[in-house]
Design a protein around this ligand. Structure first.
Ligand code: DGL
Length: 269
């Protein structure tokens, strides 16, 4: 048993898709979330900058004496994982391997699509993870850099015309490639689930990287006897690097619960 909190970070709001699942699977855990909202997006930045930001994010969370760290950002996991893993003596969870495995198992025709930020796609992390599971699978990757600003702006509903136009343009190549499984390789993208699903059609299975990883985190903490033993409801505290109000409004919408009074603004540099 271990009653210390779990730390989770992302560049912005995207990691909330992971928080929602973690709170569902691990209701007794205390969670500290960091969204680097002042510097989002990470996905269009250089490797050096992503590593620098990721190290600052991890150091901030480690300061709370957390028992485990969840990197709820595919971009950081694809580019900076090794730089983080070496520095900490705790369980560090990444968001690429679990969805890669889920997609590899689910695909019937062996044709898997991956969408993510420019940095994630450029890294080839998903291709490597999928091919390590089964080298005969075909992987088609497409960067969708405008999806993150759409989510940070709250333009995500199935009826949003701008979101639909952008999705149609990004995803046309994947439709032609006749994939049957699509990995949402950025934790922001499940917030555009309806738009992406309507664009790809109902025969394409969407795999959520945060949700798949949350299952793994829950199982791992249980198996390693690291769950909180207090027997009470867990708490969630949020830290952001830009305005509290902007984050709180969208977080309430995405989490379907009020976060007022639970969010604090901090500086990382
Ligand atoms: N949500 C993040 C990811 O999973 C990063 C998005 C961004 O900052 O570009 O990749």
């Amino acid at each position: 048993m271990n009653n210390r909190p779990i730390g989770v970070f992302d560049s912005g709001l995207g990691g909330l898709t992971m928080i929602k699942k973690l709170a569902e699977y691990l209701p007794g855990e205390d969670i500290i979330y960091l969204g680097d909202t002042g510097r989002v997006p990470y996905g269009s930045r250089s490797r050096e900058t992503i590593i620098k930001y990721a190290k600052q994010d991890a150091a901030f969370l480690a300061g709370f004496g957390i028992k485990a760290m969840v990197i709820a950002c595919n971009t950081v996991c694809s580019v900076a994982l090794d730089n983080l893993k070496s520095g900490y003596d705790m369980q560090i969870f990444e968001v690429v391997c679990a969805p890669a495995k889920a997609a590899a198992l689910a695909s019937k025709n062996g044709r898997i699509g991956v969408i993510g930020t420019a940095a994630t796609v450029r890294s080839g992390a998903y291709e490597t993870a999928i091919k390590n599971i089964n080298k005969d699978l075909s992987v088609f990757s497409v960067p969708c850099p405008l999806f993150v600003p759409l989510v940070e702006e709250g333009w995500v509903t199935g009826s949003d015309e701008a979101a639909h136009c952008i999705a149609a343009r990004y995803l046309s190549e994947l439709k032609k490639a006749e994939i049957d499984t699509l990995i949402l390789g950025c934790t922001h993208y499940p917030l555009l689930y309806d738009v992406i699903s309507e664009t790809m059609g109902k025969n394409v299975l969407l795999v959520d990287s945060g949700a798949e990883t949350a299952k793994q985190v829950a199982a791992d903490l249980k198996n390693n006897n690291l769950l909180n033993s207090a027997g009470t409801d867990g708490s969630i505290r949020y830290y952001v690097t830009d305005s509290i109000q902007g984050f709180s409004n969208l977080a309430a919408l995405y989490l379907e619960s009020d976060v007022n009074g639970l969010v604090e603004q901090i500086t990382l540099e």
